[in-house]
Ligand binder design. Structure first.
Ligand SMILES: CC(C)(COP(=O)(O)OP(=O)(O)OC[C@H]1O[C@@H](n2cnc3c(N)ncnc32)[C@H](O)[C@@H]1OP(=O)(O)O)[C@@H](O)C(=O)NCCC(=O)NCCS
Length: 161
């Protein structure tokens, strides 16, 4: 499905967030490889189709604009992956997807959402901060990087109900 000409901010009502299905994986893998220097493999995604995981797709018509993977562990949700198509970034799609997965986690009884993010990932950190996440710690050398290893910032948001 070709990328639509989204020249402006997308209206929330133009987007649908729905559960991701294994049939979406070719599009997901295409976005994933453009989004990360160390992308997940198909096997890693397939391993997430389990009861304690939530996989979300955000769509504009037939076009898959992004996806997210969340793991539920007791009462904590962990955001393992969130990625939007490179041609439709900066249009509010990541924010809408994040808000959707947060409200689903809250509805399902999760008390907080935790995530790790590369310390150099300004776009993701900007999104998380504007949505209320705060840093609760760091994991030194957590990620592989071209120049050795890179720290993770651990961020959290309480899901008050
Ligand atoms: C992080 C990511 C999901 C953001 O998706 P997006 O659809 O571009 O985000 P949005 O358009 O909804 O942006 C929402 C807010 O995030 C912040 N933001 C987004 N891009 C930013 C950037 N490049 N720099 C700083 N802040 C940014 C802004 O506060 C923005 O709000 P504003 O447009 O009103 O100023 C996207 O950049 C991405 O897929 N990156 C590659 C994968 C990745 O790194 N995922 C995170 C792993 S932890």
């Amino acid at each position: 499905m070709p990328c639509p000409d989204l020249y402006r901010r997308v209206m929330a009502t133009d987007l649908l967030v729905r559960p991701l299905s294994p049939a979406d994986l070719p599009s997901v893998l295409d976005i994933e490889r453009q989004g990360y220097s160390y992308p997940w493999s198909e096997a890693v995604f397939l391993d997430c189709f389990k009861d304690s995981y939530r996989l979300w797709a955000v769509c504009h018509g037939e076009f898959l604009a992004g996806y997210a993977v969340v793991a539920y562990m007791v009462d904590e949700a962990h955001l393992l992956n969130i990625c939007t198509h490179p041609q439709v970034r900066g249009k509010g799609i990541g924010r809408q997807l994040l808000r959707h997965l947060l409200s689903a986690a809250s509805r399902e009884g999760m008390s907080k959402l935790l995530l790790e993010v590369r310390a150099s990932n300004e776009a993701a950190i900007g999104l998380y901060e504007v949505e209320g996440f705060r840093e609760i710690g760091r994991r030194p050398g957590y990620y592989p990087a071209a120049s050795g290893r890179e720290d993770a910032r651990v961020m959290a948001l309480g899901l008050g109900r």
